[in-house]
Design a protein around this ligand. Structure first.
Ligand SMILES: C[S@@+](CC[C@H](N)C(=O)[O-])C[C@H]1O[C@@H](n2cnc3c(N)ncnc32)[C@H](O)[C@@H]1O
Length: 248
């Protein structure tokens, strides 16, 4: 059994509020990524891959901006993918990024124009993150763009403390919402998601408790993966968007 579109949209709205309450300016982060994709790809119908897409929140915003884009979300969570498929009119692939076969599972016959991700790649171990960046570089066309929006730690502990304080102050004004655990407890009780919930219980994947790779580590891994121009394009506290362009 799969959820209706109405049910899926309601859960995704609660997901977005839950995520907004933990991340300063998440909607701005989406806008930055969407604007960067729209301005850099140079065509109205780019191929865009969203890594660890969850219920498709970022893809939905890119789809609204570029309705002719081919958007492919990849994730390993059957509940979030069930919501995404019921709510959105683009493609989703059920695959764990820990397994390099995720690239083949996309069944792409031409290179991608952009690869994006939000608040997800910190779940990956460093060696997996390095491999995923290298795989992303192989999937992109020359001049293609990778954009990652996530929490990343500044090199200086003093600056990082400032970043954390800026975030803490901002979050004092966040709208009240479910926390992560409440959202999951309640969705697991929804009979429309029972099949996906049962599937989710059979899966295991790595989720470190406190792993936020430093900004410099991301930028170095991207350079090693073959991206020529890499850098930060947006920041609020620890929350950042980094961009990497594949050599033309
Ligand atoms: C905090 S959520 C963010 C989801 C979405 N990108 C968003 O911004 O709403 C983290 C996502 O990463 C996905 N994820 C974590 N590790 C993964 C892996 N190894 N392979 C695929 N997806 C993974 C989770 O299933 C989850 O959907």
């Amino acid at each position: 059994m799969s959820p209706t579109t109405t049910t899926a949209l309601a859960w995704i709205e609660r997901w977005d509020r839950q995520q907004d309450s933990a991340l300063p300016d998440r909607e701005t982060l989406f806008t930055v990524i969407t604007d960067a994709v729209a301005s850099a790809v140079g065509r109205p119908d780019p191929i865009v891959i969203d890594l660890a897409c969850g219920p498709g929140s970022l893809g939905a915003r890119i789809h609204r901006r570029l309705p002719a884009a081919r958007i492919i979300g990849v994730d390993a969570d059957p509940v979030l993918l069930d919501l995404a498929r019921a709510a959105h009119d683009f493609e989703f692939v059920d695959h764990n990024l820990d397994d390099p076969e995720w690239v083949a599972a996309l069944h792409l016959s031409e290179p991608a124009d952009a690869i994006v991700s939000t608040t997800a790649l910190h779940w990956l171990r460093t060696n997996t993150l390095a491999r995923v960046y290298t795989e992303a570089a192989t999937l992109l066309r020359p001049g293609g763009l990778l954009l990652n929006g996530d929490d990343m730690i500044a090199a200086s502990p003093v600056i990082d403390r400032l970043d954390l304080e800026i975030t803490r102050r901002r979050m004092e004004h966040a709208q009240p919402a479910d926390d992560w655990q409440t959202w999951w407890t309640e969705i697991e009780a929804d009979p429309e998601l029972a099949t996906a919930t049962a599937d989710r219980r059979t899966r295991t994947w790595h989720r470190p408790e406190t792993h936020e790779p430093p900004l410099d580590l991301h930028l170095n891994l991207l350079r090693e993966a073959g991206f020529r121009d890499v850098g930060q394009i947006w920041q609020y506290g620890r929350s950042r968007v980094i961009a990497a362009i594949k050599s033309p």
